[in-house]
Design a binder for this molecule. Structure first.
Ligand SMILES: NC(=O)c1ccc[n+]([C@@H]2O[C@H](COP(=O)([O-])OP(=O)(O)OC[C@H]3O[C@@H](n4cnc5c(N)ncnc54)[C@H](O)[C@@H]3O)[C@@H](O)[C@H]2O)c1
Length: 319
C-alpha cells in the first residue's frame, strides 16, 4: 500500500479520492524542515501546499516517487534535486487559472473605481463628500498589458474582452496568443509599460524574473497606470513600488503576493496610498480549493500507477 503525505490543509474531495484508491494518507500541518524530515521519510508521494521542500528535506525521503504541488508555482520546491533523482514534480495546471483571473479583474475594478475609499466615505459618515473621491476611471477602451501569457494570462484576457479593452501581451516565449481574443498585440516590454493603463503580471519567479518590475520599469509607466501582481512577491520590487505610489507616479496597485509572506506588521507597503492588498488568496475560492485538492490527488495516483498526466509534470524530460 502506497503512503502519501499531505502537507497543509487539503479539501476532502482529494483525500477521499486517494482513500478510495487504497492509498494510506498521512496528514500534517507542520511546515518546519526538522518536522518534515521525520514525517516524510518513508512516504511514496508528497502533496504540498505552501511548505518548502529543500534538498535537506527531500534527501531524507528514500521512497519518494512524486511531489505534487497544490497550485502551479513551484519555487518552494528544490527542482534540481528532483531532476537529479528522476522524481517528477506535478502541478495543478487546470485548476486555478480562472480563480486568479477573476481576482485580477476584481482588483482592476476595485482600484479603478476606488471602491475601498468609497466604502469608507459611507461608513464614516462622509457620504456627501463623495466628490472628494477623484480620478475614478473605466476599463472601457483602455490598454491592458498582460505580462506572461500562460494559463492565467489567457483567462484574464478572455474576461477583459468583455470590457472592450485593448490587450497588449508581453511573453517573448510565445508566437501567438493561442486563444481567440481580439484585439490583442504582442509588444516588447518597454512599449507595453509605456503605453498601458492597466498592467497585470503572470510569470513564474526565478533568478531571471526576480525584481522584474523595479524602479526602471516603474518609471516608464504612466501616472494613471494601475499595476496588479498576483504572481510572486519577488517579481515586483516592493520598495520601488512603494516609492512610486507615495510620489503619485501610479494611480494604484494591487498585490496578492509579497517579498516576505506574511509581510511584517511594520512593512510600509501595508500603509501605502492607493493600494489593495490580499493575503495570497487569489486561488482560494471554494471551487478552486476543491479542484486543486482533487487534481493534486489525481496527479499523485497517476504517477504511482505509472500513468502520469504529462501535461501537469513540470520536469517531464526526466521520465
Ligand atoms: N496568487 C496566487 O494565488 C497564484 C495562483 C496561481 C499561480 N500563481 C503564480 O502565477 C504564475 C503564472 O501561473 P500560470 O499558471 O499562468 O503559469 P504558466 O506557466 O501557464 O504561464 C507563465 C507564462 O509566463 C511566460 N514567461 C516566463 N518567463 C517570462 C518572462 N521573463 N517574461 C515574460 N513572460 C514570461 C511563459 O512563457 C508562460 O507563457 C505562477 O508561476 C505562480 O507563481 C499565483
Amino acid at each position: 500500500m502506497f503512503k502519501v503525505a499531505l502537507v497543509g490543509e487539503f479539501h476532502n474531495v482529494g483525500k477521499e479520492y486517494l482513500k478510495n484508491n487504497k492509498i494510506n494518507i498521512v496528514e500534517t500541518l507542520k511546515y518546519e524542515a526538522e518536522d518534515l524530515k521525520n514525517i516524510l521519510s518513508d512516504c511514496d508521494a508528497i502533496g504540498i501546499r505552501t511548505a518548502k521542500l529543500p534538498e535537506e528535506v527531500l534527501s531524507k525521503c528514500k521512497n519518494l516517487k512524486v511531489v505534487a504541488r497544490h497550485g502551479v508555482g513551484y519555487d518552494s520546491v528544490d527542482l534540481n534535486y528532483l531532476n537529479q533523482n528522476k522524481i517528477p514534480l506535478a502541478i495543478t495546471g487546470s485548476s486555478n487559472a480562472v480563480a486568479v483571473a477573476e481576482h485580477v479583474i476584481a482588483m482592476f475594478l476595485s482600484l479603478s473605481k476606488k471602491i475601498l475609499a468609497s466604502n469608507q466615505t459611507v461608513t464614516q459618515g462622509q457620504y456627501t463628500k463623495k466628490t472628494m473621491i477623484q480620478n475614478t476611471v473605466e476599463l472601457y477602451k483602455k490598454k491592458v498589458l498582460i505580462i506572461g501569457f500562460g494559463r492565467i494570462g489567457k483567462e484574464v484576457a478572455k474576461r477583459l474582452s468583455a470590457f472592450d479593452t485593448e490587450i497588449l501581451i508581453y511573453d517573448p516565449f510565445l508566437k501567438d496568443s493561442g486563444i481567440d481574443v481580439k484585439p490583442y498585440t504582442f509588444v516588447d516590454l518597454q512599449t507595453g509599460l509605456k503605453e498601458s493603463n492597466f498592467i497585470t503580471i503572470h510569470i513564474p519567479l526565478s533568478k531571471d524574473t526576480e525584481n522584474f518590475i523595479s524602479h526602471k520599469e516603474l518609471s516608464l509607466m504612466k501616472s494613471d497606470t494601475i499595476l496588479v501582481n498576483t504572481s510572486r512577491g519577488g517579481i515586483v520590487n516592493q520598495h520601488d513600488l512603494l516609492n512610486s505610489l507615495e510620489q503619485g507616479k501610479l494611480l494604484g496597485a494591487g498585490l496578492d503576493v509579497y517579498t516576505v509572506e506574511p509581510p511584517p506588521k511594520d512593512d510600509p507597503i501595508l500603509t501605502a496610498p492607493n493600494i489593495i492588498l490580499t493575503p495570497h488568496n487569489a486561488a482560494l475560492t471554494i471551487e478552486c480549493r476543491m479542484r486543486m485538492s482533487l487534481e493534486t490527488a489525481k496527479n499523485i495516483l497517476s504517477v504511482l500507477e505509472n500513468n502520469p498526466n504529462l501535461e501537469n509534470i513540470v520536469n517531464k524530460n526526466i521520465l
